[in-house]
Design a protein around this ligand. Sequence first.
Ligand code: GTP
Ligand code: MG
Length: 372
Amino acid sequence: MSSAQIRFFTCFLADWIQICPILDEVFRATFTSLPCPESYVSLISRESESALEGGVLAEVLEPGVFKGVATTTINKLIKAGFTTVESIAVTPPRELADVAGMGADTALKVCRLARLQVDPGFIPALEVLEMRRSMIKCKTGSKELDRILGGGIETGAITELIGEYGSGKTQICFTLSVTAQLPVEEGGFGSNVCAIDTEGTFMPERVMQIAEERGLDPTKILEGILVARAYNSEHQQILIGSLAELVEKSNVKLVIVDSMIGHFRGEYIGRGTLSERQQKLGSCLSHLLRVAEAFNVAVVITNQVMSTPDVVYGDPNKPTGGHVMAHACTHRVYLRKGKQNTRLARVIDSPSLPEERIRFAITAAGVEDSEE
Ligand code: GTP
Ligand code: MG
């Protein structure tokens, strides 16, 4: 089967999941075995299988951690992508039971055992400070933007880029896909990047141009970016659910979801579906935050704005996703179009950063400081 046929088939199948939920199980099983070049899911399932072949607990889960838990349960966990104690410890037992297909009591027991390994309970605030020092920051390409972000995009947090069309959200993501691969001493994470593309806007040619303009090897940069195209919100959830294993195995320190909300807005139409949409969106966001915290990874998501016609003074646009989005994201950056190639950025909600507005530019090198 050619890659175009595979893409058509997976897209068609993914769309049908929305109409016929019974296909969900078939979809999950099929998708994880397709040799689709745009999806890294097949890679994950192969790795999980080899972990199982190697005697269940070997390498991935330390023997002794889950004393008294049946081997079949451990197998289920690994098959569902929970191959590290951290990923189990940070997942709510109910979700563990759903995803791995086990009883509620077993999920609770497994969760408690995992938490004993990784969660020390109450700790002095000084230790929290030490932990925050292990956090690293990646430069965005614009020194001014880095400055209002307290040095760049940080690990262990979700940074949300909000803005109307053409405001530069995707261009910032492209530039970060390049800069994150720089060594830590040069302002990067020295790691690979994972991008979940929900709108089909990931352009390798543009990423190559940004890399070339920055004097980097474009082919190497593309090799360091794992891209998955999410065809609908259900598929997006599956991809986000598989991140815990991917970031660990593939040395990923930056996860991008561009855009976070597009599919949710397109699929859940009308007031009657709002609470279900918000619940699913919230579940995706809390999973992303757990991945960010458990693996010290930076998560960058993009969000759109919607127009509020009743606003008489000021900006009539406001971020989509409501309170769920606002609460889940650590730092929120609001972007607006400026003159010519310039854009305005403002931190609008952050527990550690003051509200400040700066100007940056979109150029051949991606995101840079504006000359103005
Ligand atoms: P939506 O995804 O539509 O919501 O918008 P966005 O905020 O993601 O917009 P994006 O980041 O894609 O910015 C698009 C803008 O970037 C365009 O309007 C161009 O002005 C600029 N741009 C895109 N590609 C290039 C390029 O190769 N060179 C330069 N100089 N500018 C570019
Ligand atoms: Mg975009």
